[in-house]
Design a protein. Structure first.
Length: 328
């Protein structure tokens, strides 16, 4: 019996030692987040608005967290490549996506996407944008209703420009056509720069221009701004009504910039990142930089950004389906 007792105790000693190691040493060995550099993936080329915002936030985030924040540009496939990199990354808080509205639009536009929207967890909505409906001043049109009347009087003769096929401006334009019951021709451009140039040159009768690209021209004597998309008037243009106020609802969704992490990331890390990013966005320095870019600074928490993502995903899916817009 004594032999059995000694043998049992001998068997238990390694387990007791292991438990002590895991219970004490294991906890001590677990480094607090973050303990190494954080990678921010930008799914678009360097130099654009998304890249600029990522780098502005990255500098301050590094200072606040005490770790390097490295911005990596991974352009390709309209943002799908970069989004997929983050969606498939380990959920440890060290790979972050600086995304835009396309994050929720892509699943509605492409039949084959290598990841699901649910593979990404919202961290913070950084800023909101909007499309401005602009016309050359030479048209003599000063209100949206005047444009609609003019389009109805001459079906198929007017046009509208967008900053690219399947972009927010394209989908907003098609939604507007449906709501107004007008026949105008879509002319897509490779970005807002060429689109604005065509508008100023008189090649377009209407253009849905992103607020960041339109901002330098909002006081130009060459254009009239008829309305803005989104849920509220643009702070820089308090006199310009929204599409809803102009009598054409259904274009309330704002464009936005936001941060995401892989869905498997622990909630504590998501919340920590969200709080830090929100504080950075609300700082006077970054708030001013975003405003100067023509954006509306937000800086939301994860639980505030999540319903925006879900609502906008449903909105853009409905628009893409009703307007039959697809990239496949």
């Amino acid at each position: 019996m004594a032999f059995t007792r000694r043998k049992t105790l001998t068997q238990w000693l390694p387990l007791i030692a292991l438990a002590a190691t895991c219970g004490v040493g294991g906890v001590q060995a677990q480094d607090p987040y973050p303990s190494k550099p954080i990678r921010v993936v930008v799914p678009y080329p360097a130099g654009g608005g998304t890249d600029t915002i990522a780098r502005l936030i990255g500098v301050q985030l590094s200072q606040r967290l005490g770790q390097p924040v490295v911005v990596e540009n991974k352009p390709g496939a309209s943002g799908i490549l970069g989004n997929d990199i983050v969606a498939k990354a380990p959920g440890d808080g060290y790979t972050v996506l600086m995304g835009i509205t396309a994050v929720v639009q892509i699943p509605a536009l492409y039949k084959k996407v290598p990841y699901k929207l649910g593979d990404l967890a919202p961290v913070s909505q950084i800023a909101k944008s909007a499309d401005l409906l602009m016309v050359p001043r030479s048209t003599g049109v000063t209100t949206l209703q005047q444009f609609v009347d003019k389009a109805k009087a001459a079906p198929g003769t007017l046009n509208y420009g967008s900053y690219g096929n399947a972009t927010s401006s394209h989908m907003n334009g098609e939604r507007f056509k449906q709501k107004a019951g007008i026949d105008i021709t879509h002319i897509p451009y490779q970005g807002s720069g060429p689109e604005v140039a065509a508008l100023l040159g008189g090649q377009l009768t209407l253009a849905f221009v992103d607020a960041t690209a339109a901002y330098p021209h909002i006081k130009s004597d060459k254009v009239n701004i008829l309305a803005v998309t989104g849920s509220q008037r643009h702070p820089a243009l308090p006199q310009v009504p929204t599409m809803t106020e102009s009598g054409y609802p259904g274009l309330e969704a704002n464009g936005w910039f936001g941060m995401f992490v892989p869905a498997a990331t622990p909630k504590a890390i998501v919340d920590k990142l969200g709080a830090e990013v929100a504080a950075i966005v609300k700082s006077p320095e970054l708030h001013k930089r975003l405003t100067d870019m023509g954006l509306i600074a937000v800086g939301s928490q994860p639980e505030e950004f999540k319903p925006v993502v879900e609502k906008d995903a449903a909105h853009w899916k409905a628009v893409a389906e009703s307007a039959k817009i697809s990239m496949d």
